[in-house]
Design a protein around this ligand. Structure first.
Ligand SMILES: [Zn+2]
Length: 452
């Protein structure tokens, strides 16, 4: 019987900073090493010393390229890790741009707050020469009789669940999972055998609106800008949600040629990520591939303008309404959207649409929760614009999809819950017990769990 111990150093009773250390007979596998996000208190946790020895890690497996899963990888190299990082091909491409973008943002924030940057460009370079591509369904031998296999997670391009096996025992890490019939990525793969499942719980207490409703909500908001002669701000996350939104807008603009409101994709990172989606077509689902055969660019349509340079971004300001601006960061903790908030939120004609979960402590969360004003570089800006949220563009599975995926495991010994707010974890744990009859446990920060 192998000795297996799991200790999590992030995304334990919270939704960011994913970092799970699996010790199998002394062989140490780290699954994900993400950034803590959401408000300055949480963000500062990234500067805490890591509570395990990076030098002693044998291998790292990355489930997908979101910053809260990959953002602290360079910190491992800074702390002496010299090994490899396994990920799918699209994840490697996306993680490179995510980490490069973060280096710049993190360095700027560090200088402002008198902190030593979390990592340097040298640490990032060490990270970038350590990637090893592992394709879906390819069993990779790690040594000492331990192996792992990636399956589709249905979350973002390249996202995977990781199944780690040793001596007939297995543990599956969900990473982040999506549902079925996602607009672009392939469906999540069901897995029938595992002794333990580490499962994300972000939306463990909620059911998303269906895809047709969310698309209609978006198009209604788009149409409203002409009626009000106003500006619509759409907060975006660079990967997956942006491409989903562009596809919906593409379908609308290409079938409504008289609709001429300009759309600005004001995010160089989102534009870069979109290029990778086009390069990695074989990882998209059949529907998306079919559409691509008819419309050779499902992410580009009349009146879409991509503004790469900041001087182009500033010029958007002088374009009269109506206009639509897509920009990040997704929770408005910085990035170009913060400047657009400063310019447009004081006008009651304008509108802001939040595309997904806003972590408490972020400006996105404050505005969505009804803040009267916010601080923009020392100036109070009143929030008079209309504020709305569309949940359905989340790439995360909702409660039903999470239970559906978990329900396909045959008699797992235990479900270990991560990546969720405290109240959500409690409710989701209850749902697992009631609907599936499985035993579950909420993972606590840095508390080892002996599995066998
Ligand atoms: Zn994710």
């Amino acid at each position: 019987m192998p000795n297996i111990k799991l200790t999590s150093y992030g995304a334990s009773q919270e939704v960011t900073g994913s970092c799970h250390l699996l010790n199998i007979n002394g062989f140490r596998i780290l699954v994900d090493c993400g950034l803590f996000q959401g408000g300055s208190k949480n963000y500062l946790k990234n500067w805490d010393n890591i509570l395990f020895s990076a030098r002693d890690i044998d291998v790292v497996i990355l489930t997908h390229a979101h910053l809260d899963h990959c953002g602290r990888l360079p910190v491992l190299y800074k702390n002496g890790y010299k090994g490899k990082i396994y990920a799918t091909g699209p994840t490697i491409k996306l993680a490179k741009i995510v980490l490069e973008d973060n280096l710049q943002i993190m360095t700027e924030k560090s200088i402002k707050q008198n902190l030593t940057p979390l990592y340097s460009s040298t640490d990032l370079m060490k990270t970038n020469i350590s990637w090893i591509k592992a394709d879906y369904y390819q069993k990779i031998e790690l040594g000492q009789g331990i192996s792992f296999t990636f399956n589709n997670a249905g979350h973002i391009l390249g996202s995977a669940t990781a199944k780690i096996e040793v001596d007939g025992k297995s543990i599956v890490f969900s990473g982040d999972i999506g549902g079925h019939n996602m607009p672009l990525v392939k469906d999540i793969d069901y897995i029938d055998k595992a002794d333990w499942v580490v499962c994300e719980s972000t939306y463990g207490d909620r059911v998303h609106e269906d895809l047709a409703d969310r698309d209609k909500k978006l198009i209604d908001a788009v149409k409203r800008v002409t009626l009000n002669n106003s500006t619509l701000l759409i907060t975006i996350f660079a990967i997956e949600r942006t491409q989903d939104i562009l596809k919906v807008l593409n379908d609308y603009y290409e079938t409504h040629l008289d609709f001429k409101v300009p759309v600005y994709l004001d995010s160089p990172m989102a534009a870069e990520a979109t290029k990778i989606y086009k390069e990695e077509i074989k990882y998209l689902n059949e529907d998306a591939q079919d559409t691509l055969k008819r419309d050779n660019d499902i992410f580009r349509f009349p009146h879409l303008k991509i503004t790469n340079h900041s001087r182009e971004s500033k010029k958007i300001n002088s374009v009269p309404p109506p206009k639509i601006i897509l920009a990040g960061s997704g929770m408005v903790e910085g990035g170009r959207m913060l400047h657009h908030f400063g310019r447009y939120l004081s006008d009651k004609n304008n509108h802001v649409l939040f595309m997904g979960y806003q972590v408490p402590g972020t400006l996105g969360n404050k505005v969505l929760s009804g803040a009267f004003d916010f601080d923009y570089y020392g100036r109070k800006v009143p929030v008079k614009a209309g504020v709305d949220q569309i949940d359905g563009f989340s790439a995360h599975a909702d409660k039903n999809a999470l239970l559906d995926w978990l329900g396909h495991f045959q008699n797992p010994k235990k479900i270990l819950l991560s990546h969720g707010d405290d109240k959500v974890l409690e409710k989701f744990s209850q749902s697992i017990k009631e609907k599936l009859g499985y035993e579950s446990q909420v993972i606590e920060f840095a508390e080892p769990i002996v599995l066998s």
